[in-house]
Design a protein. Structure first.
Length: 44
């Protein structure tokens, strides 16, 4: 798990230049994710 700040910044930048409603919606959600932690589960 890691802090989501960098990922949120990338999503916000993408939302500013994208014309896709879904990307813009995710960008707005990323703005409100202060202190959130994300992680990935890898399976074989």
């Amino acid at each position: 798990m890691f802090d989501s700040t960098q990922m949120a910044n990338i999503l916000q930048k993408e939302g500013k230049v994208s014309n896709t409603a879904a990307v813009q919606a995710v960008s707005k959600l990323a703005k409100s994710a202060n202190g959130a932690r994300v992680g990935f589960e890898l399976t074989k």
